[in-house]
Design a protein around this ligand. Sequence first.
Ligand code: SF4
Length: 457
Amino acid sequence: MKFIEENCGVFGIYSKTECVNDIYQGLDFLQHRGQEYCGISTFDEGINHITHHGRVTNRFTAEELRSLKGTWGIGHVSLRDRQPMKWLTRAGEISLAFSGNVINAGELMEDMMKRGKSFYKGYDIEVISKIIIEEGNIINGISALSEKVKGSYSLVILTGKGIYASRDIYGFRPLILGGNSESYAVSSESRPMQNMDMEILRDVAPGEIVLINDKGFQTVEQLDSPRRAHCAFEWAYTASIDSIVDGVYVQEARSNLGESLAQRDIDEGNVVADIVAPVPMSGVGHALGYHKRSGINYQDVFLYNRYADRSYTQITQVAREKMAKRKLSVLPYVKGKSVILCDDSIVRGTQILNKVKDLKKAGAKEVHVRIACPPLMHPCKFGISTRSEGELLARKYLDTGDITTMEQLTDLEAWTARTIGADSVKFNTMDAFVESLLIPRGNLCLQCFDGVPPCKL
Ligand code: SF4
């Protein structure tokens, strides 16, 4: 079984003027989706192309940016590999970048190698590129992806004719179109557009292939989409709180998740606390929702170090633990207080255990942990870094991975509280979770919670 360690974001723009600064800015607004690698390709007679290890604002020099000439281009931020990837094909130069994961990359590579193809590093983007190039034109190539690739992809392709943007037929990862009088843009999230004076126009539909050029956005093909399967984790954690994903404000979804946790506490009548606080920044929206429904004062208990990375996107466990310690320091105000501590999810449990420990050490009277997502029981196969089953904290208690009753959930919650040293732990139930996201259940991927893949794997 292949375990996934990938998370990333794409941005593309077709402009009336030089576009590199807009791509740079767009990527900076997507940096939370992956901090290990970044890259930009622009088109100006041919493709200009630079990738780096590190963050966009730390790595691109003014000289490099000046060299990336052209009025249309694409960019990428990633946790796992360098993109975009540039190719010289019989149809001219192209450059590709995607967000997602190719589950059957190994099988596809083996098949292509038997037919004489070679691979440089075997990255998913190489597999995607070769499938597209083999077909001889972009539209046929993207159609072939939908037949051959198991997994998720939101894709941008830079060509001499403009930028192609496409989303897999289930729409796992977001992809949004927007623009203004000067330019047309495509992005993994709406955030860059909101902050770059662009109007958010619409989401790319699952299976849609859009060509972006001086005429705007044209749907050049709409592939059959058997169902939608938007990643539920986008609203709970991945997307920035100021984004709109598939028509739903991330902030509203997070507030709803916090409210439903508070409602459960109100219904069960068993928690009286002095303050409700987030684990910054991922728990902020949830804690505000909890405060709104419960009336308990919202108060920070951690000071967030904005110069540290999110521990979730660090690639090794040691790096994650070190980063978690650098990231948050406790506010002494917590002494003697009973705290409701909100966060998005418990993956390995490392961060929440340390945070509870830090609060108790600083004198907190009680710490009640409230988690917006249901327990994570399965690794994601579609592009989020949740690693192996064995690393998921909830699986250490319930190794069948099957929560079917409220009793099982409350037993798991009691065990989790003991394990992380909290006075209590509660998760949202699956029903409350889905209802909070404001997306019909049948349009969501929930596989990491219930183990049911939304499509054939
Ligand atoms: S398995 Fe979970 S993290 Fe992965 S796409 Fe589905 S909902 Fe998102």
